[in-house]
Design a binder for this molecule. Structure first.
Ligand SMILES: NC(=O)c1ccc[n+]([C@@H]2O[C@H](COP(=O)([O-])OP(=O)(O)OC[C@H]3O[C@@H](n4cnc5c(N)ncnc54)[C@H](O)[C@@H]3O)[C@@H](O)[C@H]2O)c1
Length: 477
């Protein structure tokens, strides 16, 4: 059974009705013989929940293929237990939209705005915990993907301005005719033996490598009805995505991310590209994936140093998200599937708000302005991307005036085997100059991403040159 859960105003009943399903609230109204709010006001919430539980358990057991539950029904432990046998779809609605659709009337919990938002915040972690599929509203319900979902797998439905796509957790991609599988020399033998393998490493994320891929695709007769399937870390993903975006003016790409960096960050959002000798990611295209397949077990073969490097992106994402993700990461979580899922959700939400990097998406560059400059100054391959980002985050926290948080982040980085100092003495002036060439530059200023607190990260801050020099120098001491 497909079961829609979520807050008031998420559109659960409409979705269920459109699929020929049953809305448990409608059944309840029939049973009670009066509107829900009349019963609720007279008998109180506990009495209402008891009747609701009874109806929900009955409908779930009845064999109807699609069911919509009232917003609070999932708080019952018996309902949660019954849901374990079904595919649970959280229709995720933003608080403002929910209020516009359902607020100010109906049940007591929907009457005042503050109480409404508080309830939503309390319930979100419950929905998150029990959901198999996460579907943001508004938008079409991805029925085919939901029907394909099996228990034990999870599905995030990604929406952005230029398209939407499934992110599967625990579901490998299917092989199709016309696929071009690409990987690198390390990952291919382990996880995609038939794939075309490019040499491994950031130093190969170049136009020359892209050309070798285009040539191979041509030789294999790949056409626009085919697709690229990229199995690897961020280097393979970015480069394969770029080749897909440009080959015959664009064919689909499917990502199978195999590093922590790629599973929490780079596989989502459609940024693709290659490096130029003078600057990272300078040539590329936006090209949303057709699908992303996250297979947590692929991380088992990842070398410890790469895991550690990926931790920097986990930490960055947790700082951006705040809330339960930050709490979990601050308490030591790193690569477990729940954390990866929460990071992916954070990235998808940021991209949904701003696919083309006009504003909000820039928060994902927390630590990247100085991080990229360090990579360029030291030469690609000296610092891993994640190591550079970790150092960049420390600089950003210094520029944010966040001493205590900088300390805490430094300890978390060190605890995961990441450097909190550069491996060689840095030429601060040179690094500041490279940062100035950053492609996020607007006019003379490089806008910085700064942190006021976990969950309160904002883009577009001007930073004085002296402050920047000091923040970089501190990384050498
Ligand atoms: N597109 C985006 O939005 C975005 C976001 C963040 C980073 N990036 C890019 O991602 C790149 C960094 O990605 P990365 O850290 O994944 O590096 P990577 O792709 O170079 O992978 C790191 C190393 O691990 C190896 N490896 C990968 N998966 C493995 C596995 N499962 N088992 C054994 N070895 C494995 C690789 O061969 C490589 O040697 C950078 O180029 C960065 O610019 C892009």
């Amino acid at each position: 059974v497909l079961v829609f859960i979520g807050f008031m105003g998420a559109g659960k009943s409409t979705a269920a009705r459109a699929l020929g399903g049953v809305d448990t609230d409608a059944v309840l109204v029939e049973r009670l013989g009066e509107p829900i709010e009349a019963f609720f006001d007279r008998e109180g919430e506990a009495a209402f929940r008891a009747r609701e539980e009874e109806v929900v358990l009955e409908v779930l057991a009845s064999g109807v293929p699609v069911v919509a539950l009232g917003g609070g029904a999932v708080l019952s432990e018996r309902v949660q237990a019954a849901l374990r046998d079904h595919v649970v779809v959280w229709l995720e609605v933003d608080g403002e939209l929910a209020w516009r659709r359902a607020g100010g009337r109906g049940r007591p919990n929907a009457r005042d705005r503050a109480g409404f938002h508080k309830r939503l915040a309390q319930r979100a972690p419950v929905y998150e915990r029990i959901a198999d599929a996460f579907v943001p509203v508004p938008g079409e319900i991805p029925v085919a993907a939901l029907r394909a979902l099996r228990k034990g797998q999870r599905l995030l439905w990604a929406r952005a301005a230029s398209g939407e796509y499934p992110v599967w957790l625990g579901r490998p991609p299917e092989r199709e005719d016309g696929d071009f599988w690409i990987s690198d020399a390390n990952v291919g033998p382990l996880h995609a033996p038939d794939a075309f393998a490019i040499p491994a490493g950031e130093e190969h994320k170049t136009l020359a490598t892209a050309e070798s891929v285009w040539e191979r695709m041509t030789a294999e007769g790949i056409t626009r009805t085919g697709r690229v399937v990229a199995v690897g870390g961020g280097v393979v993903g970015d480069l394969a995505g770029f080749c897909a975006a440009t080959y015959q003016r664009g064919i689909p790409v499917v990502h199978v991310p195999t590093t922590v960096v790629a599973q929490v960050d780079s596989a989502y959002g459609g940024k693709t590209g290659v490096d130029l000798p003078a600057a990272k990611n300078y040539v590329g295209a936006y090209h949303l994936p057709q699908a992303v397949h996250v297979l947590p077990e692929t991380l088992e073969s990842l070398p410890a140093a790469e895991r550690a490097a990926g931790y920097a992106e986990v930490l960055k994402t947790a700082l951006i998200a705040g809330g339960t993700l930050w709490e979990r990461v601050a308490a030591g979580a790193a690569y477990d599937p729940e954390t990866v899922l929460a990071c992916a959700r954070t990235k998808l939400a940021v991209v949904a708000a701003d696919e083309r990097d006009g504003g909000r998406r820039q928060v994902l560059n927390l630590g990247h302005t100085v991080g990229h400059a360090l990579e360029v100054a030291l030469g690609y391959g000296v610092l891993r991307h994640g190591e550079a980002v970790g150092l960049g985050m420390l600089a950003a926290l210094r520029l944010s005036g966040q001493d205590a948080l900088r300390q805490q982040v430094g300890e978390l980085l060190a605890g995961h085997g990441l450097p909190v100092r550069a491996p060689v003495a840095l030429d601060a002036a040179q690094i500041a100059q490279i940062a100035q060439r950053d492609k996020k530059r607007v006019g003379e200023e490089v806008p910085f991403v700064l942190v006021r607190a976990p969950g309160d990260v904002t883009e577009g801050h001007a930073v004085g040159r002296d402050d920047l020099l000091a923040a970089v120098r501190e990384l050498t001491r």
